[in-house]
Write a protein that binds this ligand. Structure first.
Ligand SMILES: Cc1cc2nc3c(=O)[nH]c(=O)nc-3n(C[C@H](O)[C@H](O)[C@H](O)COP(=O)(O)OP(=O)(O)OC[C@H]3O[C@@H](n4cnc5c(N)ncnc54)[C@H](O)[C@@H]3O)c2cc1C
Ligand SMILES: NC(=O)c1ccc[n+]([C@@H]2O[C@H](COP(=O)([O-])OP(=O)(O)OC[C@H]3O[C@@H](n4cnc5c(N)ncnc54)[C@H](OP(=O)(O)O)[C@@H]3O)[C@@H](O)[C@H]2O)c1
Ligand SMILES: Cc1cc2nc3c(=O)[nH]c(=O)nc-3n(C[C@H](O)[C@H](O)[C@H](O)COP(=O)(O)O)c2cc1C
Length: 589
């Protein structure tokens, strides 16, 4: 059958279809594609035709974005007649690349320019090994990242360069995507599929009628969730500000599993909007164009649409082009990387405008330097079985002093300062397949979650309790002080009493002169910890990525080394195996 978009009248269509029916399948495939060329994309997936181009979409992901884009890429490629499959870097070795002829890579960057956790083994071997010869391979890379980070899209850049070095042919230029990755990905995919050659482009055999799509809440269409409850978890006298939020999902049709996250779409605080207007010497009453929303009052756009705080090289580059500042050009020079890093620390966009465009900016120019305000993810702290129709979060308000000014995080303080009980928060759920309870109900679980890192473990323990799972659960929790910062203390004590929690070890870092952290408790409990691991326990870590996750990882290796009587190398391999078998999972940020 011809695709619906083929440019024929009904009579022409019938005649062509009769003619096509007389041909063998591969001829039919070719001709249908040829005749349909120039039409709109097909509306539904077509089965791959015999002889159509094989395509592998290789992805590396931590929080699921690259995986989603890989699935979407496969669907689109199939519609165009490719025999496409998605493969996770965690399931492949670099040597496997030699088996492929056509490759799309979609990979994110984490940490300080590092690959996603699950892609680390692949990445390390690919970058460091002798590497397979890839002369027959044609490829294109889509790199996911965030321009707020110094090493923007580093993993994608590294893989792109390495593929070329190993002899593969880049058929389409790498696409580096900021947090708004949907559109750049779609443009890249379209061009890359076309570049793979005419043999598959536009070809479809069967085109089913597209099923009506149910209203789905997501980034572009968030659910206005009612804030049912907000409770400050720290006691009086604390230096921390950690909130427990309960939000309603009633009527959204959205579901989640323990381990998933909730994306919150914040607005900017009035004082931050004021700061930008003041630095730019504008009133806010000017009209500006906002992509996807049309014309808006500048003050509204600054509040709702633009990322007006996160200062990055990308923002400064645009500001330099507008202001012509030589001082800023010098700061952006290749040999001034350290000076740039120093300048960026603790500064916002308003500071840079004041420093480098002291005369102010025209409203349209100001609007052109911002990216879209990105949603923030929060690990879900509730089980849907224990709290049907609700989702709970544990959020640390980000507040600090820099350059003599009080500063605050956009989303965490939006929830704390701008949303009252009964108010609405735009949200959508974000699946995290890389952070899941064990499939088996009796598998022991070890959870390390200092500070807000405890959030998903509240969900884990509630969920296992609601299911009546017999598996043992062990929590390592840490925060600054026992008296003020023992998040969910009474709940943990109840869980211990009811047998839902088998063991609880706590590390309060500031209750004694020397720091005591969760990893110190792990070392103290090394014998039991190793016994649990030997018994098949799954090991989970959540919370701070910058220091804690690394230190806990090292402690885990030490536990295995000492208790197993292994060398450091063997202990490292043991821990690497835990990761590969998905018994060691992390949700760190
Ligand atoms: C998968 C995932 C799960 C998460 N789960 C949770 C969770 O359960 N609970 C939680 O609280 N957070 C969680 N986060 C973090 C959360 O998404 C936000 O990053 C966090 O709330 C800060 O966002 P914000 O908008 O308030 O701050 P932003 O406006 O994004 O500001 C943060 C920025 O401020 C700067 N900054 C912060 N502190 C300082 C300082 N002391 N000195 C100088 N500069 C500083 C840094 O540049 C930092 O990147 C999670 C993140 C991910 C990716
Ligand atoms: N991207 C963001 O902007 C953002 C926003 C919010 C949170 N976060 C991250 O998420 C983390 C969680 O925040 P939180 O305030 O709930 O808790 P936190 O800052 O991680 O603090 C929890 C406990 O961990 C301790 N700790 C500090 N360094 C550690 C280490 N190397 N190993 C183990 N424990 C260590 C802290 O001790 P001391 O404080 O006494 O050292 C404290 O007792 C933050 O550290 C932060 O990195 C990031
Ligand atoms: C803790 C953290 C660290 C990150 N580090 C970087 C980085 O160094 N460079 C970068 O370009 N993007 C960085 N990002 C942005 C991610 O690459 C981006 O969110 C991406 O869309 C995630 O895709 P994934 O869900 O497929 O892993 C970081 C994000 C987080 C939360």
């Amino acid at each position: 059958m011809l695709p619906e978009h083929a440019p024929f009248s009904p009579d022409q269509r019938r005649a062509v279809e009769i003619a096509l029916a007389g041909l063998d399948p591969s001829q039919r495939f070719w001709l249908a594609g040829f005749l349909s060329a120039g039409g709109a994309p097909a509306t539904a997936a077509a089965p791959a035709a015999a002889g159509s181009t094989k395509l592998t979409v290789l992805y590396g992901t931590e929080s699921g974005n690259a995986e989603k884009l890989a699935d979407l890429s496969v669907k689109t490629a199939k519609k165009r007649g490719f025999q496409a499959v998605a493969k996770n870097m965690s399931d492949l070795a670099p040597a496997d690349l030699a088996k492929f002829e056509n490759l799309l890579v979609i990979v994110s960057t984490w940490g300080d320019g590092e690959p996603p956790e699950s892609a680390t083994a692949f990445y390390k071997e690919f970058m460091n090994g002798s590497g397979p010869e890839l002369k027959k391979l044609r490829f294109s890379v889509c790199a996911l990242g965030d321009t707020a980070y110094e090493k923007f899209c580093q993993t994608g850049k590294d893989i792109d360069a390495r593929l070329e070095k190993l002899g593969a042919t880049r058929i389409h230029a790498r696409q580096d995507c900021d947090v708004e990755f949907e559109e750049p990905h779609a443009t890249w995919l379209d061009a890359a599929l076309k570049a793979f050659g005419p043999s598959a482009a536009g070809a479809t055999l069967e085109v089913a009628t597209a099923a009506p799509v149910a209203t789905e809440f997501g980034k572009k269409n968030p659910f206005p969730s009612e804030l049912l409850e907000k409770v400050l978890l720290n006691g009086k006298g604390t230096t921390k500000e950690t909130w427990h939020y309960e939000l309603s999902l009633e009527g959204s049709g959205m579901s989640y599993e323990p381990g998933d996250a909730l994306a919150v779409i914040p607005v900017n605080a009035p004082d931050i909007v004021e700061g930008i207007l003041k630095a730019s010497k504008l009133s806010g009453g000017e009209s500006v164009e906002v992509k996807g929303s049309g014309s808006k009052l500048l003050a509204d756009a600054l509040r709702e649409d633009f990322d007006i705080t996160a200062l990055s090289r990308a923002v400064l580059t645009k500001l330099q082009a507008l202001s012509g500042s030589e001082k800023l050009a010098a700061l952006l020079a290749d040999d001034a990387k350290d000076q740039l890093k120093d300048y960026l620390w603790g500064r916002w966009i308003a500071d840079a405008i004041a420093d480098f465009a002291p005369g102010g900016l025209a409203a349209a120019d100001l609007a052109s330097i911002f990216r879209k305000l990105p949603p923030r993810l929060y690990s879900i702290a509730s089980s849907p079985l224990a709290h049907p129709g609700e989702v709970h979060l544990t959020v640390a308000s980000v507040r600090y002093q820099a350059h003599g000014q009080p500063r605050k995080g956009v989303a965490s303080t939006y929830l704390a300062d701008l949303v009252e009980k009964g108010g609405q928060v735009p949200v959508y759920t974000h699946q995290n397949k890389n952070f899941r309870l064990p499939a088996s109900s009796d598998t022991p679980v070890i959870m390390v979650g200092p500070g807000t890192g405890v959030a998903p473990f509240r969900a884990f323990v509630e969920h296992r309790a609601a299911l009546g799972n017999p598996g043992k659960n062990w929590l390592f929790f840490g925060d600054q002080r026992y008296t003020y910062d023992f998040l969910y203390q009474t709940e943990w004590q109840e869980h211990l009493k009811d047998g839902n929690l088998t063991k609880l070890d706590v590390a309060f870092s500031r209750d004694q002169p020397e720091k005591v952290y969760v990893q110190h408790r792990m070392i103290e409990r090394a014998k039991d910890l190793y016994a649990w691991l030997q018994d098949g326990a799954h090991f989970y870590v959540c919370g701070d990525a910058s220091r804690m996750a690394h230190d806990v990882h090292e402690a885990l290796i030490t536990v295995v080394e000492k208790q197993g009587g292994f060398s450091r190398e063997v202990a490292e391999a043991y821990v690497e195996d835990l990761k590969k078998s998905k018994r060691y999972q992390r949700d760190v940020y």
